[in-house]
Write a protein that binds this ligand. Sequence first.
Ligand code: ADP
Length: 391
Amino acid sequence: MHILIANLGSTSFKYRLYQMNGQDECVLASGGFERVTDYAEVIQQALAELVDQGHLKSIEDIDAVGFKTVLGKNLSGCVDADEKVIAALDGFREVAPAHNPPYAAGIKLFQELLPQSRLVALFETAFYQWIPESASRYAVPQSWYDAGIRRYGFHGASHKFVAERSAELMGREDVAEVVRNLYQDGPRTLSGKPLRVISFHLGGSSSVTGIRNGVAVGTSMGFSPQSGLPQNNRVGDLDSGAIPFAIKTLGISMEEAEQTLTKKSGLLGVSGVSNDLRDIRQAAAGGNPDAQLALDQLIHSARQWAASYLFDLGGLDALVFTAGIGENNAWLREAICADLEDFGVEIDVDKNNACQAQEAIISSDQSKVKIIVIPANEELVLAREVTRKIS
Ligand code: ADP
């Protein structure tokens, strides 16, 4: 089965072609275009290249195209990318302005260019569909809730991958099976001891999710990706009272406030150095106190969000790190796991330092809670979900 993953940015188009045959999952080709002005042209070019280079006999051999859509109004899950998806993306274009318009436009183009292929959208919010309303609902009046203002959660593909892979590594095939079929069958009640996992997706944008028997119980991400942990240049959590106060006392417009919170805040805003953790760490090592504060804030926020799930989970079996920051920064993993021995969390410093962007268990042998690094592979997650959807 040939699955094309289409990644549409506000000025870029990237693709990856998978051949998916049972356990045999193979990337046949990948490529991309930057500074795109005409999406139709570059998509046609990419399709032609796949045929010219012999990866496909014809574009009709593409069984399905997968889109990692961010969030839609009144729609989530892994669904056929049809008019309903386009309307749902349009309904929330204000909330995800960098993502929803290009995906809505891209899906329309693929509908025209590949009328014979299934088009499938996997929403980043899908993994959080079963979070209890007590955790997903903000304490706002019904009219705000009806307008769609609630906690959605993002990075769903990544945290779902962590849920499945960590269950496999913990020897819980029953839980892994629940995760694999989650979007088709929904959650299932399992007998025996629950598997309780906290997943840290730490990257350009970051989130922490609590997972019980393969199903999310909470997420640090809220209504928009401007929530939770400090992000590369986005603010993360902020008291809602701060925005009207800043507008009134700093004499700025709503647009300026929005720009500041979405482009000049987070790690960049606090450090004043960069939105990349490597630069910030270098500056902190050179004695820059603002850079050090940005690092300390990220660590504090990650720990605080992890702790927020412990009562709902009723205990903890595994902590998992994934994505660019989580996979590559042993010092940060060590700082997040520091002084938790009384909770049964004990990192093995040597195993941790030896682990760089690879799957590994980095807790000590006596640690009650396993600490695991699982490299993210969101395209593969999408290819798998699309395959399940159309099989
Ligand atoms: P995105 O969310 O844009 O996909 P990533 O998951 O790639 O981003 O994460 C980007 C972050 O990961 C950056 O802050 C960067 O510092 C960090 N990172 C990526 N690679 C490395 C590396 N080899 N060593 C240390 N940090 C890294």
